[in-house]
Ligand binder design. Structure first.
Ligand code: UDP
Length: 197
């Protein structure tokens, strides 16, 4: 594979279609380790310059995508362009579409309670073959965290969506990666707000 260098971070030159195909392959192959998808935005790339731990989270991720036109433009300026942007929200919608065809299961963590409930209702209605195993809002106390992790771990979703915003979502996924028992975990920002309308 070819990579573009974004502020020292290697980002694979994959289209949306390539990204969904890779994720599909991972879900079908059922590897034992959680496959972490990071949608790289300028804030995360900047934060990585100062934060070695965040950088190592990105280095350990299964897939990095270009979250936004800014990242794509930087890659063009450097003469080694990324093919297109693959934002968290677009990728989530494509995964729901693919999941509807392949009957994947999802768990949604994040956003406020009303948004979380509305988004899962919209998703159930729009993608009837997707199974929404569970959901939890993103304004929990630290003492509630273990129970949420345990619930996700017992449900073993194909796709765990962590809509807590970047880079908090990325750190959260990394911290719990061995207990979540999801095949794919993806950190997003306001995607559930968009879906809930
Ligand atoms: N959020 C959350 N818990 C928090 C803080 C934020 O669930 O403690 C949610 C918030 O409701 C929103 C998303 O995380 O749905 C953050 O979206 P934003 O667009 O701010 O994130 P970004 O796109 O900057 O990563």
């Amino acid at each position: 594979d070819n990579y573009s260098n974004i502020m020292g971070i290697p980002v694979p030159q994959l289209t949306m279609r390539n990204s969904v195909e890779l994720i599909n392959k991972v879900i079908e192959q059922k590897p034992p380790e959680l496959f972490h998808v990071v949608t790289l935005n300028p804030e995360i790339a900047m934060a990585c310059q100062q934060d070695q731990q965040l950088r190592s989270i990105l280095d350990g991720a299964g897939l990095l995508t270009a979250d936004g036109i800014g990242i794509v433009m930087v890659s063009r300026l450097k003469g080694n362009p990324l093919p297109e942007r693959v934002t968290g929200c677009d990728l989530l919608l494509h995964l729901l579409e693919a999941g509807n065809q392949k009957k994947w299961s999802f768990y949604f963590l994040g956003a406020d309670e009303a948004t979380s409930e509305k988004a899962s209702k919209v998703i159930r209605r729009t993608y009837p073959n997707v199974s929404v195993l569970g959901r939890h809002h993103g304004y929990f106390y630290p003492m509630e965290e273990a129970q949420i992790v345990e619930e996700i771990g017992s449900l073993q979703p194909d796709v765990l969506v962590v809509a807590l915003g970047a880079p908090f979502a990325e750190r959260w996924i990394y911290k719990h990666k061995d207990q979540l028992h999801a095949r794919i975990a993806i950190g997003v920002g306001g995607s559930l707000d968009v879906i809930a309308g």
